[in-house]
Design a protein around this ligand. Structure first.
Ligand SMILES: *[C@@H]1O[C@H](CO)[C@@H](O)[C@H](O)[C@H]1NC(C)=O
Ligand SMILES: *[C@@H]1O[C@H](CO)[C@@H](O)[C@H](O)[C@H]1NC(C)=O
Ligand SMILES: *[C@@H]1O[C@H](CO)[C@@H](O)[C@H](O)[C@H]1NC(C)=O
Length: 289
């Protein structure tokens, strides 16, 4: 609440208003002011005069001379901090700081696009051998060449084999091709003796079997009369020859046998005597188509 000071108004009145009027005006002013002034009971030595607690009908004094300004009061306490001022202008650019520590590894980024094809790599090591390929088509027929002869003969001096049935001789031959044929012959004495209407057969075998391509290779000796007064013992040269096809290449046992003629019983047979008998074997090209 504002408490008015009464020094100045009173002083002004006293200085500019005629004293006759002042005599009336001042009491009127002081009357309502006194209760206020009397509020402070200890202010008995006020320069405005003491009124005490009794009804205030004091006569106004002469205003004093304004005093000189008092000494400077003690420094006031610090006020509360003011608000932040406005942001100042941007300062000059500082020098570059030191390099910071290496950052942590970031998350794996999205897969990139396909790169361009790189350069060809070095030559790899040789791979495993592949499986055999299928058989190719037959090539063209070659030119006719010369055929090296392949032959053999087995010779028997003074053989005098008296058996009437069975294997007489065997000659081992090496055949070089499946497509060739074998030409064979026997040359020597073949004889039947002391018999009538008798017959014996001499024949070849190949590995134990008679030829079937195209047919057996054989020969027979027959005699109508050869006993008693017609006794005969005829030793004559004979020749048995033939060609057999379709004999596998490799070792071939070529045999020469004696046996019965078809439809006849046995008879006395003699193979060889006091000359040389021979078995000849030769590998020859296949026959014409
Ligand atoms: C007188 O003093 C009392 C107590 O200090 C105060 O409440 C009151 O306002 C004062 N009156 C005047 C007129 O100054
Ligand atoms: C009354 O006046 C005296 C002198 O001016 C002063 O020291 C005192 O504090 C005052 N008391 C009150 C209650 O105003
Ligand atoms: C030849 O004929 C005789 C007399 O008939 C017989 O005993 C013999 O077994 C025959 N030989 C062969 C190989 O057939």
């Amino acid at each position: 609440m504002f408490i008015p000071q009464f020094d100045t108004p009173i002083m002004l009145f006293c200085m500019k208003i005629p004293s006759a009027i002042m005599l009336w005006i001042v009491p009127l002013l002081l009357i309502p002011l006194c209760p206020a002034n009397s509020n402070n009971s200890s202010n008995k030595n006020s320069q405005h005069g003491s009124c005490g607690y009794s009804p205030c009908f004091c006569a106004p004094g002469i205003p004093g001379i304004p005093g000189s300004p008092g000494p400077a009061g003690p420094a006031g306490t610090s006020g509360s901090p003011g608000n932040n001022g406005l942001e100042g202008p941007m300062g000059p650019r500082g020098v570059k700081g030191d390099e910071g520590p290496r950052g942590k590894q970031g998350l794996t980024g999205p897969k990139g696009g396909t790169g361009s094809t790189g350069p060809a790599g070095p030559l790899g090591s040789k791979g495993d051998a592949g499986p055999p390929g299928s058989q190719g088509t037959s090539g063209p027929k070659g030119a006719s060449g010369s055929f090296a002869r392949n032959w053999k003969q087995c010779v028997y001096k003074h053989m005098n084999d008296g058996r009437d049935s069975g294997l007489i001789k065997e000659c081992i031959f090496k055949k070089t091709s499946d497509s060739t044929s074998l030409r064979v012959y026997w040359s020597g004495q073949l004889c039947i003796c002391n018999c009538d209407n008798c017959c014996k057969r001499w024949y070849f075998t190949f590995n134990g079997a008679e030829c079937s391509a195209p047919a057996a290779i054989d020969a027979i000796v027959y005699m109508r009369y050869g006993t008693g007064s017609r006794l005969k013992n005829l030793h004559r040269p004979r020749h048995v020859e033939g060609v057999c096809d379709k004999i596998h290449k490799g070792t071939v046992r070529v045999g020469f046998w004696v046996g019965n003629c078809s439809g006849y019983g046995s008879a006395d047979a003699v193979t060889g005597w006091i000359s040389v008998s021979r078995m000849f074997v030769e590998e020859i090209p296949p026959p014409q188509a």
